[in-house]
Design a protein around this ligand. Sequence first.
Ligand SMILES: CCCNc1ncnc2c1ncn2[C@@H]1O[C@H](/C=C/CNC(=O)c2cc(-c3ccc(F)cc3)cc(O)c2O)[C@@H](O)[C@H]1O
Ligand SMILES: [Mg+2]
Length: 214
Amino acid sequence: TRSTRPQRLLGAVQKSATRGDPCSVVNAIDQFCRHTEWAMNVGDEKGCILDSVVSEVNPATVLELGTYCGYSTVRIARLLPPHAKLITLEFNPDFAAIARQVIAWAGMEEKVHLVEGASGEWIPKIKEQFGVKALDLVFLDHWKDQYLPDTKLIEECGLLRKGSVLLADNVIFPGAPQYLEYVRSSQQYESQYFKSHLEYTKVEDGLEKSVFLG
Ligand SMILES: CCCNc1ncnc2c1ncn2[C@@H]1O[C@H](/C=C/CNC(=O)c2cc(-c3ccc(F)cc3)cc(O)c2O)[C@@H](O)[C@H]1O
Ligand SMILES: [Mg+2]
């Protein structure tokens, strides 16, 4: 039977990237998605903005919502200090299986906890399961209509501290209007839009960075 897009993306990593070299994994996926088959990774252009926010925050604990094939997982993990932790939630078992292999190929297993499950079920468990006091950075890249309910759940679970950063992909395309309205109007956030383009295209898209003020 025909392979899936994530399987073909993993094949490109195994063919073109060097084991243990996260940058080569990121580059192999970007090359594949730009020249062979588009896939919904944050990509190289928005990825540079993601890199700058990760470097600025220098997080000890990161939560990613929506692992997919693990592109942004590897992109973030490669910048984290040795004992930092990235928890990434993915509820599709087929995508999770591919992402585990991409993360392993990059040699990032030590820094990454991939949890196969839904954000709504797992966000309330993060403190106890992972001994996390607060999240320094949250990267939202899952179903766009879930950005707002999950942000409210993260707040209710007391997972944010003064200075915690939320970084959301696709706030223009496909768009997350309710989320944007919330973080831009709330007194509890200082929000900033980083204009860019939809991965591997000329379509406008961007990232919204929102600092929790406590
Ligand atoms: C219970 C649902 C909410 N909780 C969840 N908990 C855990 N994982 C969840 C998840 N929702 C979704 N996921 C997973 O996140 C991923 C979903 C990502 C959704 N992303 C998009 O739709 C998207 C779509 C585009 C896109 C842009 C243009 C276009 F023509 C077509 C698509 C571009 C992007 O950058 C995107 O991020 C999948 O791996 C899915 O299984
Ligand atoms: Mg996205």
